[in-house]
Design a binder for this molecule. Structure first.
Ligand SMILES: C[S@@+](CC[C@H](N)C(=O)[O-])C[C@H]1O[C@@H](n2cnc3c(N)ncnc32)[C@H](O)[C@@H]1O
Length: 501
């Protein structure tokens, strides 16, 4: 009888982290060597991840499992077991992992016995930036630790591609690090990395992931348990990356640490925004990917502005897409409630009703880039880049946006247009050819006006004002009524696009 089999065979149980954390580094290096020998890498995993993108997860998983079985190689069986929750027979498990490793996985509860003599993997393997990331398999458990998500990848890309020199000592903070995906994936780009999380289970898993990647926890890569910035009080970082828990509580008693952001989903995010300045090095940048619940037009902007008030931070906020509540609940409910259960439908209905009751009718996905700029402490500059259908927002974009923002706030350069090269896929601004690898983007401060475009009238104002024209001359040279022209000029002054000489 295998003692762990019974303990971990419950459908909703999480494996005992103390037991896994006590495993020596040698075990994880054997595990990693086996993955190498099987030819399992990030690409193999992505190949299955991208199957059936238009299907919901409940349909995708059986399709992925079927394909892995159909291929039948040890490589695809390994992915099926480690990532796709497929169960293997004891024979198959031994074939894939070898007898010694399979037995050890079983004895420590990594492989658990199910009915009909099959075995399941009690965690879930993922990859980000060439690092292996183990996370929990049952995300509807309140203590579960999530693996790298689409938002995690967006933050990773935006930070890894960052070609601007990092100010300060080159240290990176992964705030709310979970299993340490961002800390581990970004470790090669940083001089020092700290990962902090309030969840003891997350920190334990992050430490396991350190070993799984053949690394050692030390001064240059350290994980610490605690509430937000408490474990790194007094420290400043060149880069802070964070995907806070932002799911609005559904009022049905879920409240998982990795997901729950209070009634409106913004409780942790707002605390982070209020405390950010004290932990960024001058010129340092924070990248946060947040889903904001609300719906009415200005809801998240108002909350962000309020939280940042008085802080010397430049901010670029890219609103990426809006999800209606029905779609959002249908996507989310399977993570919060076991879909196999008959009460799933009721849960989904309750969730929708609750969100309606508290006034949430849509979710906005926003990438926030915030930069500590002590010289601009007189005002907090926020620019919102409007709705865009981006898969990710890269550092190239963030650099361009910060550049434009500085121009907008530097009077002597305020009217210079800059052409920057940005990776393809950006639909925020006018571009010549979105199929090219790189595209030329005409990037002036006007591009950051609400609506993304400089109204024709405003462009004429800039052209005239660029030559140092008098206000009266500008107004009379324009089409439109004096009143509407003045209104526009006032708006441009308020946005820093015009200044009084
Ligand atoms: C959405 S998950 C992100 C995990 C990981 N950074 C990623 O992107 O894959 C949010 C993380 O924040 C952590 N968290 C929640 N509240 C926290 C707090 N008050 N202080 C520190 N971490 C917190 C959770 O435990 C969870 O690991």
């Amino acid at each position: 009888m295998w003692p762990m089999d019974l303990a971990s065979s419950g459908h909703t149980g999480l494996p005992d982290m103390n037991r896994l954390e006590a495993l020596p580094a040698k075990f994880w290096s054997l595990f990693q060597a086996r993955l190498d020998a099987l030819g399992v890498d990030e690409e193999t995993i992505r190949r299955f991840d991208f199957l059936g993108p238009d299907l919901g997860d409940t349909l995708r998983l059986p399709l992925q499992q079927w394909l892995a079985r159909e291929e039948g190689s040890l490589n695809s069986l390994a992915v099926a077991f480690l990532r796709l929750q497929e169960q293997l027979s004891w024979n198959e498990l031994q074939q894939v992992f070898g007898g010694v490793l399979a037995a050890e996985m079983r004895s420590v509860g990594l492989a658990f016995a199910t009915l009909h003599d099959q075995f399941g993997f009690s965690l879930r393997l993922g990859a980000l930036g060439g690092r292996w990331i183990l996370s929990d398999r049952h995300l509807f458990h309140p203590d579960a630790v999530m693996g790298s998500s689409a938002a995690t990848s967006r933050i990773y890309v935006a930070t890894a591609e960052d070609a601007t020199p990092w100010p300060g000592d080159g240290a990176l903070l992964d705030l709310g690090c979970g299993g340490g995906a961002l800390a581990l994936a970004l470790q090669p780009t940083a001089a020092r990395v700290a990962g902090c999380d309030i969840s003891a289970r997350a920190i334990a898993l992050a430490r396991i992931n350190v070993m799984l990647n053949g690394l050692r926890e030390a001064q240059a890569l350290a994980f610490r348990e605690g509430d937000l910035f408490a474990p790194c009080s007094g420290e400043r970082y060149s880069r802070i990356v964070c995907q806070p828990p932002f799911i609005p509580d559904v009022g049905l008693g879920h409240g998982a640490t990795f997901a729950s952001g209070g009634a409106l989903g913004d409780a942790v995010t707002l605390r982070i925004l209020r405390e950010l300045t004290a932990h960024l090095a001058p010129g340092g940048r924070a990248v946060l990917c947040v889903e904001w619940a609300g719906g009415e037009a200005d809801s998240w902007r108002r909350r962000v502005l309020q939280a940042l008030e008085g802080q010397p931070l430049l901010g670029i906020h890219c609103e990426m897409f809006r999800t209606p509540m029905e779609d959002y609940c249908a996507l989310l409910a399977p993570y919060l409630h076991p879909p196999a259960s008959s009460s799933y439908g009721e849960f989904l209905k309750g969730m929708l009703a609750h969100y309606r009751k508290v006034g949430i009718d849509a979710i906005d996905l926003v990438m926030h880039f915030l930069e500590l700029d002590e010289e601009s402490s007189a005002r907090h500059a926020v620019r919102q880049v409007p709705l865009a259908s981006l898969d990710h927002v890269s550092a190239g974009f963030a650099d361009a946006a910060f550049h434009a923002l500085r121009i907008a706030y530097a009077p002597d350069e305020a009217f210079r247009k800059v052409t920057l090269r940005a990776p393809s896929g950006f639909r925020l601004l006018a571009q010549d050819d979105d199929t090219a690898d790189t595209v030329n983007v005409e990037f002036g401060p006007g591009a950051l006006l609400p609506g993304g475009q400089l109204p024709a009238q405003a462009a004429s104002i800039l052209a005239l004002a660029g030559d140092g024209a008098e206000l009266g001359e500008v107004v009379s040279a324009l089409d439109g009524t004096a009143e509407s022209n003045e209104g526009l000029i006032r708006q441009m002054l308020a946005q820093g696009l015009l200044y009084a000489a």
